[in-house]
Design a protein around this ligand. Structure first.
Ligand SMILES: [Zn+2]
Ligand SMILES: [Zn+2]
Length: 167
């Protein structure tokens, strides 16, 4: 998703999902350093500074073992929690906040660019978002290929935005 000018962030992809709106249970306090729940979007996040990204519920315990060498006793407790969480999601089903929304907590923010030429349909913003990338070169290629604009000033093609991506 794309964050607004210095305050807003857009997500990179555009998958939406009909979510079940049952509230997931809160994370037990003693697990706070191992797992973080984004309640609004029902997304489990690895809060480790190396990660700060979403991890699929079904893959969470394995993620802790492989990436962080989390001790078995802690992993068992996380497993218990994940078992009560219900449902699973990955990048193709995860719900994206609308563009220009406030940054999602915990998730890393990085600088990127957003196409100025992609059409936006405000009525249907969740399914159509302008292309974004962290690479100027990719944005130029996108402008050439998709919009047939050549030798155009960068700032006519794209603008700077702040981005977040669940994964
Ligand atoms: Zn992690
Ligand atoms: Zn475009």
């Amino acid at each position: 998703m794309v964050l607004g000018p210095s305050t807003n962030i857009p997500l990179l992809d555009q998958h939406t999902l009909t979510m079940t709106h049952k509230q997931p249970p809160a994370i037990p306090k003693e697990l706070n350093h191992l797992i973080y729940l984004n309640v609004e979007h029902r997304v489990l996040i690895c809060p480790d500074d190396k990660c700060r990204k979403a991890v699929r519920p079904s893959a969470f315990v394995e993620h802790l073992r492989v990436q962080h060498k989390t001790p078995l006793s802690d992993r068992r407790r996380v497993q218990e929690y994940v078992g009560t969480f219900g449902g699973d999601c990955d990048y193709s089903t995860i719900e994206l906040p609308p563009d220009k929304s406030r940054p999602q907590p915990m998730i890393l923010i990085f600088d990127g660019f957003q196409c100025r030429l992609c059409p936006t349909r405000p009525s249907d913003a969740s399914t159509h978002r302008p292309s974004t990338s962290t690479s100027k070169k990719c944005m130029k290629v996108h402008g050439n290929k998709k919009h047939k604009r050549y030798r155009v000033l960068n700032n006519k093609l794209f603008k700077r935005v702040r981005l977040q991506s669940w994964f």
